[in-house]
Design a protein around this ligand. Structure first.
Ligand code: AMP
Ligand code: ZN
Length: 112
């Protein structure tokens, strides 16, 4: 299996787990861009948000709901950001759909 995040999900590459259920796995980003930087990843391999369709609506909603729950558990009451970098212009570097949950400091806008 060549996909990095599939290998993290199956445990063949180590990660620091934050949350998991039957649909998704969340773990600490190895190169954090904020005091809290967590990746929320569906267990199913989908390359990016651009490859999703109506059949993925429930899974995508679940990833967002899990992100909000993790943000609550991390005490991010002052706010946070949830991002799905998509494709080359979107800055995506790992070809397995994932949400970034970033928080713990003020975040600039627009992104660079
Ligand atoms: P993106 O650039 O949106 O595709 O995000 C990929 C993210 O995966 C980056 O923030 C990386 O720091 C992170 N990352 C890459 N390898 C690992 C790893 N082995 N464990 C945890 N996070 C990783
Ligand atoms: Zn994968």
């Amino acid at each position: 299996m060549s996909c990095l995040f599939c290998q993290i999900i199956d445990g063949s590459i180590p990660s620091t787990a934050v949350y998991q259920d039957e649909q998704c796995y969340a773990f600490a980003d190895i190169n954090p861009q904020a005091p809290v930087h967590i990746l929320i990843v569906p267990r199913v391999h989908i390359a990016s948000l651009a490859q999703t369709g109506p059949e993925d609506t429930a899974m995508l909603g679940h990833l967002m709901a899990v992100s909000a729950e993790i943000a609550r558990s991390k005490g991010l009451g002052a706010g946070y950001r949830v991002v799905a970098n998509t494709g080359s212009d979107g800055g995506q570097t790992v070809g397995h759909l994932h949400l970034h949950l970033l928080g713990g400091r003020g975040l600039g806008w627009p992104p660079g």
